[in-house]
Design a protein around this ligand. Structure first.
Ligand SMILES: [Ca+2]
Ligand SMILES: [Ca+2]
Length: 487
């Protein structure tokens, strides 16, 4: 049934024989998740004006995967897949409105932090690590914030009724998806604006400050510290000093081809349901402003990463901590006529992925395509934990040590669990649930403007890539639900 998975597991078993050199004392782990950060990171050359000195410095003292992709196209499913090491096509978790543990596949599965906890680690979460709706208490010794947004509804039956109706409607929409494009004529586009106050007024500042306090303490066990940074997720408002660095009239626009969607299948256009919003944003002159404010938010997020890493450097854990930085999904800022995430195209799937710390090569850039489902087995191996069975991801330690090795495991990104993209080192192959396809050759077409799927010359390439498309035959049908209200 899960042919790819079985192949993958066989390989994991074979290559974990090459274990990372694990120091006698188990290393600590800091996992930094940055929300909606695409490849606009200096070291990934995604945008010429981006300012990310702290992430770039980390890449220089570790390994940067420059062709890394998210396993799913939005926050909840991407994070669920990464933290469980199990793809949405197997778990059935493809929306932000599902409870992870409602999936029969994930019900008793062990998350990455939980696995570390079971292996003698103290596990701590700050900020948005899982999607905030459910921080998955069993994964952590302690977590913050402990409250979810639904709890605010408690005690207000009318609001709960409305929320349930909204969730039910959403599920109906998803089940019938793709439907007709959702147009929002006349809608005012919010491209963000400077926030009042300084860094200390930001949620991310609070998150990072709490993590810094954790690092200042002496811990009698190794720790797994997960820190979630919200920016550059919209709304694009950070303190003024960041916005001032990106004046709108100086912004260089990413390449946009106005007729780019003319050669994609109908289902693809239907899934790109914000095309209407793009038109509105263009009409209202907000596209450049969106780019400027997104860049400002990236610069702020990078500053928060720098603040946290500086505290780590000054702590007793400086030399014995594995650092991972990853973005949970990419983002379109005009490309494919879209200002949003949630597609199977490069701009929406390419993410930063960096490892640094003990046992990890320094200044290495790995160009082979990978996806972030691999983080779980990789970190477990770097910390000398026994191989965890049943994961979809592959341990990347051998690849870090030998970047030229034959790596036959392309990146896979899923949308709504049933549409998929396979990114090899050279190509992107997309296959939708109705069988329609797209194919792009990145050696000639980095913007994915020319869909080659209909060209018979590429039949063999398509056939080769098609075998990596996950089977959804056994994907469980997980209901949408309001998270349980906890005391
Ligand atoms: Ca996200
Ligand atoms: Ca095109």
């Amino acid at each position: 049934m899960y042919k790819n998975l079985i192949t993958a597991l066989g390989v994991t078993a074979a290559i974990t024989a090459t274990n990372a050199a694990v120091p006698e004392k188990k290393p600590n782990v800091i996992l930094i998740t940055i929300d909606d950060l695409n490849d606009w990171v200096g070291s990934m050359k995604g945008h010429p004006q981006t300012i990310t000195p702290n992430i770039d410095a980390l890449a220089k003292r570790g390994v940067l995967f420059s062709n890394a992709h998210c396993p799913a196209t939005i926050c909840g499913p991407s994070r669920t897949a990464m933290l469980f090491g199990i793809r949405s096509s197997r778990s059935g978790i493809y929306s932000n409105n599902q409870n992870m543990r409602d999936s029969p596949v994930l019900k008793n599965a062990v998350t990455m932090p939980q696995y570390f906890k079971n292996n003698g680690y103290n596990t701590q979460m700050y900020g948005k690590v899982f999607d905030l709706v459910d921080p998955d208490p069993r994964s952590w010794n302690s977590f913050w914030p402990s409250k979810d947004r639904w709890r605010k509804l408690k005690g207000n039956p009318e609001k709960i009724k409305q929320a349930i109706a909204r969730v039910k409607q959403k599920q109906a929409n998803y089940k019938n998806w793709p439907g007709p494009p959702v147009m929002t004529p006349g809608k005012k586009i919010h491209a963000g604006s400077p926030a009042k106050g300084g860094d200390e007024t930001m949620f991310d500042f609070k998150t990072v400050s709490m993590a810094e306090k954790y690092l200042a303490k002496k811990h009698n066990k190794p720790f797994f510290l997960a820190v979630g940074i919200y920016k550059p997720h919209s709304g694009w408002s950070v303190p003024k000093k960041y916005h001032d660095k990106f004046p709108v009239d100086k912004i260089i626009m990413p390449p946009i081809k106005e007729d780019d969607l003319d050669d994609v299948p109908p289902i693809s256009r239907q899934l790109t349901y914000t095309e209407g919003l793009y038109k509105q944003a263009k009409k209202q002159g907000k596209i450049k402003k969106s780019v400027a404010n997104y860049l400002a938010c990236i610069n702020f997020a990078d500053t928060m990463v720098g603040k946290l890493l500086k505290s780590l450097q000054q702590s007793r854990y400086a030399d014995n901590t594995v650092i991972i930085v990853w973005g949970d999904n990419g983002y379109h800022l005009g490309s494919k006529k879209r200002i949003h995430k949630g597609t199977l195209w490069e701009r929406s799937t390419r993410i930063p992925l960096i490892f640094a710390g003990p046992g990890i090569p320094k200044g290495e850039v790995i160009k082979q395509a990978v996806d972030s489902v691999n983080i779980y087995p990789t970190v477990a191996n770097l910390c000398g934990l026994k191989e965890k069975k049943g994961l979809d991801g592959i341990n990347m330690v051998p690849l870090m040590k030998n970047p030229q090795m034959k790596w036959d495991y392309p990146a896979i990104t899923s949308q709504l669990g049933k549409h998929h993209a396979v990114r090899s080192n050279r190509y992107r192959y997309i296959r939708y649930s109705d069988g329609s396809e797209e194919l792009y050759d990145h050696s000639k077409d980095p913007n994915e403007w020319n869909n080659l799927a209909g060209n018979t010359q590429y039949a063999a390439i398509k056939k080769k890539l098609r075998k990596y498309i996950p089977s959804t035959k056994n994907m469980p049908d997980v209901a949408f639900a309001l998270p349980k209200l906890k005391k």
